[in-house]
Design a protein around this ligand. Structure first.
Ligand code: ATP
Ligand code: MG
Length: 434
């Protein structure tokens, strides 16, 4: 078998076995789509999709371990060794409904017909077992020149499936490809059709764009095309190009993981508040977890900014106490994420940020590390201990008191030891008149 440089040898071996099995049974079969493209681009291949003339039932009979993942589209997942391979019967798609779903798929005999239904020339290349390319739309050449081009008439293709417009912007951004004029023109003509596409699919593309290597380029394309406006995420295009650069220039310096760093930076740059962010993100179908963490980083940032501005004499001790309170409230993870983001923000400002960076290390960073307790479970006493010591019955006051103890221990006013904590509790109760 000829060389693939970007594929793990074992995956290639197993994928080759799948192809060989199909060929030996008299079907035609190829590697196709993203894996062929990524190999040509010199990018690591993560999975290998296979297209074949064999019908899904035949595929399921030929292989021992299969999962009918998308029978209505002709897709069966074949598991070979440890690797899953999506095996899809050659098909064409006829009359689309509502600019998103082909109403019917029709199986066909030739790979060329199958390649014709695919979105972009770079994604419409097949590679045989012995390495020969079937490339009817000159995708390899477009890849070489960094050009993004639809298979066939762009306007028609976007009209069939409006998600392809988001994919176009995503691919242009992630690969740094230039869309050809006709594609861009068609995108501007057809962009309102994006409103027919499920938010979840739009969000998935947006995610890959923002977490890719050049998020600013993607955002600039989104701004110019106003695509997101039609997907009811209307913030990006309300910004001027300069604003994007200025507010969001730092995005490219941030790691893509954890993703909340970039999301929080983006939303804040677009003028969304921490209070608003969580609901917005849930509307846009982000997971509750991502929405919450993102919004909390933003709120932490807003609160800490306000506190810093409010303690204008810069009293380090007052600042430390406030920081600790904030950290105990939002938790260690959020405080850690904020610090990570702040460090990148300041570092991206060059000489200007250097002093602030030093202060971050001296102050917030150090205070962060000094906080030893974040959770009531970490306290040396339990609510029950308090009740026994005071000989009282529980009530809402107990929760309040325990939280107060946690904060005092975190700040360092009371050591996290049983006796001093109980002493403190007794003193407070006495002071309040029992
Ligand atoms: P990646 O997985 O890196 O995003 P990919 O090209 O593998 O890239 P997939 O979404 O996995 O993208 O799709 C596999 C292939 O299916 C594509 O290469 C393309 O040929 C085809 N394809 C996917 N989505 C569409 C679409 N909306 N319209 C036409 N063809 C598509
Ligand atoms: Mg893929």
């Amino acid at each position: 078998m000829h060389v693939w440089k970007q594929v793990a040898p074992l995956m290639l071996h197993q994928g080759g076995k799948v192809l060989r099995t199909l060929l030996d049974s008299g079907h035609s079969a190829y590697f196709v789509g993203g894996c062929v493209r990524d190999e040509l681009m010199g990018r690591p291949v993560h999975d290998m999709d296979i297209a074949t003339s064999a019908k899904p039932e035949a595929v399921m009979e030929l292989f021992e371990r299969t999962v009918p993942t998308g029978l209505q589209h002709g897709t069966v997942t074949v598991i070979m060794g440890d690797y899953p391979f999506e095996v899809t019967t050659f098909r064409k798609e006829s009359h689309y409904e509502d600019h998103r779903h082909p109403a019917a798929v029709e199986f066909v005999d030739e790979i060329i017909q199958d390649l014709q239904r695919r979105d972009f020339t770079m994604n419409a290349i097949a590679r045989s077992l012995d390495g020969e390319l079937t490339d009817p739309f000159h995708g390899a050449s477009d890849i070489r020149y960094g050009i993004l081009r639809c298979v066939g008439q762009a306007e028609e293709r976007f009209d069939e499936d409006a998600l392809r417009m988001m994919r176009a912007v995503r691919f242009a951004s992630v690969f740094g490809f230039r869309p050809v004029k006709s594609l861009w023109r068609a995108l501007l003509t057809s962009r309102d059709k994006l409103s027919f596409v499920a938010m979840e699919r739009v969000r998935a593309e947006l995610e890959r764009l923002l977490l890719g290597p050049d998020p600013l380029r993607g955002l600039e394309l989104l701004r110019r095309s106003r695509l997101l406006h039609y997907a009811k995420i209307p913030y990006v295009e309300s910004q001027g190009s300069g604003v994007l650069q200025e507010q969001l220039g730092v995005l490219g310096h941030m790691p893509a993981e954890p993703q909340e760093l970039r999301w929080s930076e983006l939303l804040q740059g677009l003028g969304i508040s921490g209070l608003e962010a969580e609901d917005r993100m849930k509307e846009w179908t982000f997971s509750n977890q991502v929405a919450r963490t993102t919004a909390e980083i933003m709120r932490f940032d807003e609160m800490w900014g306000a506190i810093r501005a409010g303690i204008s004499d810069g009293s380090a001790e007052r600042l430390r106490r406030s920081w600790t309170e904030l950290q105990v409230h939002y938790g260690q993870e959020i405080s850690q994420l904020w610090l990570e983001r702040q460090r990148i923000r300041l570092a991206s400002r060059g000489a200007q940020g250097r002093e602030a960076l030093l202060r971050l290390d001296e102050e917030e960073m150090r205070w962060h590390r000094a906080v030893r307790v974040h959770d009531l479970k970490e306290l040396a006493i339990r609510g029950g201990d308090v009740l026994t010591a005071l000989d009282q019955r529980g009530g809402p006051w107990l929760g309040e008191l325990m939280k107060r103890l946690l904060l005092l221990v975190a700040i360092g006013d009371v050591p996290n030891e049983r006796e001093p904590l109980l002493e403190y509790v007794k003193a407070v109760v006495k002071q309040n008149g029992g």
